[in-house]
Design a protein around this ligand. Structure first.
Ligand code: NAD
Length: 295
């Protein structure tokens, strides 16, 4: 297939590499030319203008940082929607607000183009290993059409519901992730402050009712889990700034629906504070440091 790929950052870069490995003809664009050059060196076709990437494309994929970036790529005078063939399928994998996802897919529909939202879970490691989970919003037919290409970058494809539903499901997940990460950090700090070994405490809680994903696969205490970001100075992984963005979207979604999410709001405040103290680029499990500093 001919695939146009926009956004070659931490996630988009390895996702694009996996599509090249699968044998597709890939045309790429990013605002940072060094990232485009990196993919071109692997066999992708580089273009100077976004519109040039989508001519003749069967599938268009974007992996961008924000709703604003997604709107500016697809819509308006300079937007690529007007250059995409009506037979093409557009898949936006960025994590953005559901309202923008719905708006852009509606504009696509009015231009006769099929578009779904398909934000991902699995992080940079999952993008590199091709084990991402895609959480899609769109019609059953559209998601079924996208599935074969998504499975070349991931292992699971879910349909959460109609357009925008993929974004909503992703935000619910990440709000819960932030809450149980913070809870895990608090519990480990409390134990350590009372003289417990965090590794032993982790083993006890893993075999007890406090068990959760953060504790099991992403332990935030340095040295407890060899491959976790905590054991390499919280480098790499899922940045505090991105978690902060997702929590902002979750809080906005809660306000839209009038849903009471006090723990989500508290998690948002704690991550915003952590980011403002210079930790924005660290992995999100570094929120452990906030409790250590205050103890
Ligand atoms: P990133 O900042 O590394 O990459 C984003 C890329 O998009 C950058 O290279 C930027 O130059 C490019 N870009 C911005 N506007 C553009 C435009 N108009 N046209 C072309 N390129 C443009 O971010 P990332 O970590 O790759 O994250 C991308 C998306 O994936 C975000 O929405 C993020 O929330 C989501 N996500 C990230 C992770 C993670 O662990 N990093 C995990 C799950 C989901």
């Amino acid at each position: 297939m001919k695939i146009a790929f926009f956004g070659l950052g931490h996630m988009g870069g390895p996702m694009a590499t996996n599509l090249l490995k699968a044998g597709h003809e890939l045309t790429v664009f990013d605002l940072q030319s060094a990232l485009v050059d990196g993919l071109a060196a692997q066999g992708a076709i580089a273009v100077q203008q976004p519109a040039d990437a989508v001519i003749d494309a069967d599938v268009v994929i974007s992996m961008l940082p924000s709703g604003k970036a997604v709107s500016s790529l697809y819509l308006g005078e300079q937007g690529i929607l007007r250059h995409i063939a009506s037979s093409a399928l557009v898949i936006d994998c960025s994590t953005i607000d559901a309202a923008t996802a719905k708006h852009v897919s509606r504009q696509a529909q009015q231009a006769g183009i099929s578009m779904i939202d398909a934000p991902v879970s699995g992080g940079v490691a999952g993008a590199a290993a091709g084990t991402l989970t895609f959480i899609c919003g769109g019609s059953e037919e559209q998601v079924a059409q996208a599935e074969p290409v998504l499975l070349q970058m991931g292992k699971k494809v879910f349909r959460a519901g109609d357009h925008g539903a993929g974004q909503t499901a992703k935000l619910c997940n990440n709000m819960l992730l932030a809450i149980h990460m913070i809870g895990t950090c608090e519990a480990l700090q409390l134990g350590a402050d009372h003289g417990l070994d965090p590794k032993v405490l982790s083993e006890i809680m893993l075999a007890s009712s406090g068990r959760n994903w953060s504790l099991e696969l992403y332990n935030p205490w340095p040295g407890v889990m060899e491959n976790a970001p905590a054991s390499r100075g919280y480098a790499g992984g899922f940045a505090v700034n991105l978690m902060n963005k997702d929590l902002g979207l979750a809080v906005e979604a809660a306000m839209d629906s009038g849903t009471n999410t006090p723990l989500g709001a508290l998690a948002k405040s704690l991550y915003a504070l952590h980011a403002s103290e210079g930790s924005g680029q660290l992995d999100f499990s570094s929120i452990q440091q906030m409790f250590a500093r205050d103890s």
